[in-house]
Design a protein around this ligand. Structure first.
Ligand code: NAD
Length: 480
């Protein structure tokens, strides 16, 4: 049993944890990062990187199927599951290897094992190879992330009743897939598996997909997904799920079934009803820490918990559960530990991207949220159908929507359903952080031909000045 001393220990090597550890190393701190699993956490191993690799494969499959529309003749598409899975694994390994190299280069000591508090400054590490070590550190960063919520009455077997960790392994492509929950994870996997040839039904208990997203944007996406063959039932709940010789029988009821019980057989069921914080093994009590009723750890803008030298970052601190938020919080925690007093996590807004086809990306307030906060809103919209660039991409289904304050013209939110929305939204992030008005955005000369012009035109549309659409009344352009 070894005893390690460090300036800081980071528990969890996901995106939040590895950012914290690398920044601590950059700032000259002696840092130990521990994880019971592989470096990179959910994001690199099972989540962001893995699913995006599969989505990319699916995107190529879709393009091959639609090649005829562009005058290309392609042979029949065969999905070689093992080789697709290998591509995904290669992407994951390259990213994980990259972080390990960065750890070495920044003097971050990485140890495999499960950490739990012995006291507020002592960690016991149950090592992966057996035995226990103790780590004593002046500062501790909890970055243990989140895990899928498993529903007891739908017992997961990893083969036919799946959670997102199973679905990313791509053991097989089911002919008929039921996705429970039309949130981010549900819709991303609905997209992956539809592209790979599955017939997907997504059932959502609430009245809209992607709850919390601007309603018009969610409806636009829903309409597009339905056109792609994804069946979506809203305000519908799943009851019994039973395995049978033919697969899994699921019974559901609600708006999607006209209020009657309906039972269908699927090859697999993906349960995507949310994620929960992971704190079970930490023995938080010994650190003098507690969680809220959902298990999340409260922090301030410097990422400090109620115990002054213990920090928490990422999913374990609550919504929104997003890798890029965890990364930014990790950097803040490391800088605060290193004595940089101005460090704080205080963004105007955190962007959110959903990797459907096309993608959805949003930042700031939805129209509904802006109204609820008492803003008189000014809306500017630009449909992709009017974008020359979108036409060249044969992808004219989508919408760019800006929400502004009618009195000050300040941008409050940007919402995009479009190919590459996840990159386009960067413009909204900067505009919000810099306090741009809709007029500012409309006056910025955007490159042609690009999808970014749609953002400029949406801003111009808010003032009745867009060129490539017929502007809603008043037709006379308004000066601000
Ligand atoms: P979610 O909360 O986004 O969606 C879960 C959905 O399931 C909700 O709409 C909920 O109403 C529905 N639901 C719950 N119980 C149900 C039931 N019994 N029947 C039918 N529907 C039911 O959760 P998620 O999609 O699991 O994602 C979890 C978190 O992970 C989210 O916070 C998300 O932001 C994050 N995430 C982000 C990305 C990304 O940024 N691209 C990708 C994956 C996950």
């Amino acid at each position: 049993m070894a005893e390690h001393q460090a300036d800081a220990i980071v528990i969890g090597a996901g995106p939040g944890g590895y950012h914290a550890a690398i920044r601590l190393g950059q700032l000259g701190k002696k840092v130990i990062c521990v994880d019971r699993d592989e470096v990179g956490g959910v994001c690199l191993n099972w989540g962001c990187s893995a699913t995006k690799a599969l989505l990319h494969v699916g995107e190529i499959a879709r393009q091959i199927r639609q090649a005829g529309e562009l005058g290309l003749t392609a042979g029949e598409l065969h999905v070689e599951r093992e080789r697709v899975a290998k591509f995904k694994t290669d992407v994951v390994n390259a990213n994980v290897g990259g972080v390990k190299t960065l750890f070495k280069g920044n003097n971050v000591q990485f140890l495999y094992g499960e950490a739990s508090f012995k006291s507020p400054t002592q960690i016991v590490l149950k090592k992966r190879e057996g035995g226990e070590d103790t780590i004593v550190a002046q500062n501790i960063v909890i970055a243990t992330g989140s895990a899928p919520i498993d529903v007891k009455s739908w017992p997961r077997d990893g083969k036919t009743i799946l959670n997102s960790d199973d679905a990313v392994k791509l053991e097989s492509v089911p002919k008929e897939l039921l996705v429970i929950g039309a949130g981010v994870i549900g819709l991303e996997f609905a997209t992956v598996y539809t592209r790979l040839g599955a017939k997907v039904l997504a059932i959502e208990a609430l009245p809209q997909i992607l709850t919390g997203t601007d309603v018009e944007i969610a409806k636009t996406l829903g309409r597009i997904l339905k056109k792609q063959g994804i069946e979506i039932m809203l305000s519908t709940t799943v009851g019994k799920i039973e395995k049978s010789a033919k697969g899994v029988n699921a019974t559901f009821k609600g708006e999607g079934t006209n209020g009657k019980d309906e039972t269908r057989t699927f090859d697999a069921v993906l349960v995507a009803v949310g994620r929960r914080p992971v704190t079970d093994a930490l023995n938080l009590k010994a650190a003098g820490l507690s969680t809220d009723e959902k298990g999340f750890i409260a922090v301030d803008q410097q990422m400090r918990t109620s115990v002054v030298h213990i920090f928490a970052i990422g999913d374990v601190t609550g919504a929104p559960l997003l890798a890029h938020r965890a990364m930014a919080q990790g950097v803040v925690a490391a800088e605060v530990i290193s004595g940089i007093r101005s460090a704080a996590f205080d963004p105007v807004a955190v962007p959110n991207c959903v990797y459907t086809d096309p993608e959805v990306a949003t930042v700031g307030l939805s129209e509904e949220e802006a109204k609820a906060k008492g803003h008189e809103v000014r809306i500017g919209k630009f449909p992709l159908a009017a974008s020359g660039r979108a036409r060249t991409m044969n992808a004219t289904d989508g919408l760019i929507k800006l929400v502004g304050d009618a009195k000050t013209d300040m941008l409050l939110g940007m919402h995009i359903v479009a190919p590459q929305a996840e990159s386009l939204i960067g413009e909204g992030v900067i505009a919000l952080e810099m306090g741009a008005t809709l007029e500012d955005i409309g006056l910025c000369v955007h490159p042609h031909p690009t999808l970014t012009e749609g953002i400029m035109e949406a801003a111009e549309a808010a003032h009745g000045k867009a060129i490539h659409i017929l502007n809603p009344k008043p037709r006379t352009p308004t000066a601000v």
